[in-house]
Ligand binder design. Structure first.
Ligand code: ATP
Ligand code: MG
Length: 415
């Protein structure tokens, strides 16, 4: 009996046809634009020692407490499939001895991430991110520039309409200590209404409650104090400078004091690009400043800022999927013309023309195949034409045909 067909793991998707092209379009646009801003691309391993994430992202973050794909490998080491790439990039900066020279480094990455979440539209267990990190820059201009680059990508993809940059500051350590005390007072007063998770957070990391998705928590968060009155003068000035630079770069912003980000390593700037076009999964790009992470990885104090964006969510916002390239079909009328056809086929490809040949079949079959492939033109090599050094060129959209010198075929199709 035949085996039952296998299915992909829940929350994973195959990228085929249109899906792949949309995905690829997002990544190549981002890669091209980040290069304009002076970013180099890094690729770090898809799995890391669990410690790389467990400590840096914060024990009480959703990602660490519920979403990591961690396992013991055959040698007994605890390994985790990366749920995000910032920790890996910082680990790589330290492991490769790059923390002392040539800073700041601007790093771009693209690749798959893994989180054990409830799969739904725009939320998968294997998804993909593009991301940008400025490593070793404490200046507010770094924050503004990396955000402007993200905005540039959204504009280039034609999806910036209806996407809003929401921005907040988490202040410096002194601001946060004062703020934390005020939050503890507020949440303690409303303790009985908090979810079980948030009661744990109240003990371990009360700011995390601000990022809770629980309905009851959200009502209590709505009346919580904001950080603004607790900001030190320096932290407030830093935020002002970021906002001023963003205005100069022409990036529209909306201040949102509720943006805190889900991971522990952030300070100062925190931001999200959000849209209401994706239902509940409305955050397309998110990031902030993280000044303590490189130290967590065993390096020297290194101020950094960056963002990550979900490729699937960006791809869903595209108005149209880029079409597949339309080939030129090369068609030998009989076996005697096949060698000449293969020669022409390779000449076209070397000149950058997408060209196809059917592996078998008579003229009629090969024309059918050309139409199936949406060929834009056919070059038909017949016995008489070939003897005179010519070939028939059919424009498959116009339905017109002409006899042209074989030697001109490539230049006609590259024009
Ligand atoms: P969310 O609030 O939607 O869970 P998050 O705060 O967990 O997002 P980040 O860790 O900031 O997300 O990741 C950056 C971006 O990666 C998100 O804004 C989103 O576009 C994308 N992303 C995160 N998790 C997923 C997922 N499971 N599936 C698809 N995209 C995701
Ligand atoms: Mg999440």
């Amino acid at each position: 009996m035949a085996n039952p067909p296998l299915q992909p793991v829940r929350g994973t998707r195959d990228l085929i046809g249109e899906d792949f092209r949309a995905h690829h379009h997002v990544i190549s646009a981002a890669r091209r634009i980040m290069a304009l801003y002076g970013y180099e691309e890094w690729a770090t391993p898809i799995f890391e020692s669990t410690g790389v994430f467990a400590r840096s992202l914060g024990e009480t973050s959703d990602v660490v407490s519920k979403e990591m794909y961690s396992f013991e490998d055959r040698g007994g080491d605890s390994i985790t499939l990366r749920p995000e790439n910032t920790a890996g990039i910082c680990r790589a900066l330290v492991s490769n001895g790059l923390t002392q020279s040539n800073l700041p480094r601007k790093v771009f990455y693209a690749g798959p991430m893994f989180r054990y979440e409830r799969p739904q539209k725009g939320r998968y267990r294997q998804f993909h991110q593009i991301g940008a990190e400025v490593l070793g820059a404490a200046e507010p201009l770094a924050d503004a520039e990396v955000i402007a680059a993200g905005w540039h990508i959204l504009q280039d993809l034609g999806i910036s309409d209806g996407v809003v940059l929401e921005i907040n500051t988490l202040g410096d350590a002194e601001s946060r200590d004062a703020y934390r005390a005020a939050l503890v007072a507020h949440f303690t007063a409303h303790q009985e209404g908090l979810s079980a998770d948030s009661r744990v957070r109240l003990e371990k990391n009360p700011m995390r409650i601000l990022d809770s998705k629980d309905e009851g928590d959200r009502r209590i968060v709505a009346t919580a104090p904001t950080i603004q009155p607790f900001l030190t003068e320096k932290a407030a000035a830093f935020f002002e400078a970021v906002l001023n630079h963003l205005a100069t770069f022409g990036v529209p912003v909306r201040k949102n004091p509720r943006i805190v980000r889900g991971l522990d390593y952030y300070s100062h700037t925190a931001f999200e690009f959000v849209t209401d076009r994706l239902g509940a999964q409305g955050t397309v790009m998110a990031g902030g400043r993280y000044d303590g992470l490189v130290e967590e990885m065993g390096g020297p104090a290194t101020p950094c800022v960056g963002w990550a964006a979900g490729v699937e969510r960006l791809a869903m916002l595209l108005a149209a999927t880029p079409p597949a390239p339309r080939p030129v079909a090369v068609i030998p009328v009989g076996e005697a013309q096949e060698a000449a056809a293969l020669g022409l086929l390779q000449d076209l490809r070397r000149a950058g023309v997408v060209a196809e040949i059917a592996y078998k079949g008579n003229l009629k079959r090969r024309m059918e195949r050309a139409n199936k492939l949406s060929a834009r033109a056919a070059l038909i090599l017949g016995e008489d034409e070939l003897a005179q050094g010519s070939v028939q060129l059919r424009d498959l959209d116009a339905g017109s045909q002409e006899i042209i010198p074989l030697a001109e075929a490539v230049s006609r199709l590259t024009a």
